[in-house]
Design a protein around this ligand. Structure first.
Ligand SMILES: NC(=O)c1ccc[n+]([C@@H]2O[C@H](COP(=O)([O-])OP(=O)(O)OC[C@H]3O[C@@H](n4cnc5c(N)ncnc54)[C@H](O)[C@@H]3O)[C@@H](O)[C@H]2O)c1
Length: 257
């Protein structure tokens, strides 16, 4: 997708990866940008606005654990913009000591955000189609024992996103779905990580020094994924590189005669 002139919704736009993605998006001369986030970063917002006078940038307060917040934010954004072309679901929490919140923010919130966004983007409902990118994780590709709850939620995001990318849905709705799975990325999400693991003891990987990419590297890869726009792609974003992941099929339905 050519991003110039497009309307974009970014969930978690004031986060570590979110802010860098927003900067990449603004370089593409997007028409408007709605930041959905729990708290406003008014200083960053003011900077973006003054540096990008041709883009309509605005903030919608949304607690992703509240379905009514999600619905109200999409409604207000659709009323303001008419339509939106791109949604990035990039909110997140990594803290396995907060079990319900981990599932609510990382999985349920993404589910409700996608289903609500489709109400406005689906061509069969009067929308224009577009692309929805869901940020999963390497923990959503393989079991991550030190963060078992987060890993379960992110695996849910990967599977949910792949399910919505079914070609028969895409043919009707015109909305493509992409899963991105960043490796360790240097943001506040990883702060105090040893006190957020599933158990107080962890497998050896946590103690070792896992290489991290920068948030800028992750953002360049993520925005590149929107531009490539391949429906159904599952993309590993690791150390500044993008690799498409081929997930094997283990079961095919057997049909009755
Ligand atoms: N940093 C990493 O190593 C890494 C690796 C893989 C995937 N990810 C994923 O990337 C995404 C961005 O993470 P990040 O590293 O920038 O972390 P971050 O902590 O810097 O940003 C998280 C964002 O989520 C928002 N958020 C948290 N709770 C919310 C709520 N209740 N309602 C609405 N928004 C809420 C925060 O306000 C913030 O904008 C997340 O989905 C995360 O799981 C991060």
């Amino acid at each position: 997708m050519d991003l110039s002139g497009k309307n974009v919704v970014y969930f978690g736009g004031f986060g570590g990866i979110g802010q860098k993605c927003v900067q990449e998006l603004l370089q593409r001369k997007i028409k408007s940008l709605a930041i959905f986030d729990l708290t406003e970063n008014s200083q960053v917002l003011a900077e973006w606005k003054s540096n990008n006078p041709d883009t309509d940038i605005f903030y919608q307060k949304v607690d992703i654990t509240q379905k009514s917040d999600i619905e109200a934010a999409y409604k207000a954004t659709a009323e303001k913009l008419g339509h939106f072309d791109v949604v990035v679901n990039g909110s997140g929490l990594m803290n396995d000591r907060l079990i319900e919140l981990t599932i609510q923010i990382n999985l349920l919130g993404v589910v409700y955000s996608c289903l609500t966004a489709l109400e406005y983007m689906d061509k069969t409902k009067g929308g224009h189609g577009g692309v929805i990118v869901n940020i999963s994780s390497v923990a959503g590709l393989q079991p991550t024992s030190s963060m078992a709850i987060y890993s379960a939620a992110k695996t849910g995001v990967t599977t949910f996103t792949r399910a919505l990318a079914h070609p028969s849905y895409y043919a009707r709705s015109g909305v493509g779905f992409i899963t991105v799975c960043p490796g360790f990325t240097d943001t506040g999400l990883l702060d105090d990580i040893l006190n957020k693991t599933t158990f107080e003891y962890q497998p050896p990987m946590m103690a070792g020094k896992v290489k991290k990419q920068t948030a800028e590297q992750c953002a360049r890869s993520l925005v590149g994924a929107i531009e490539t726009g391949k429906n159904g792609a599952v993309l590993l974003l690791e150390l500044g590189e993008t690799h498409e992941v081929d997930i094997p099929s283990h079961w095919k339905p057997q049909f009755e005669d």
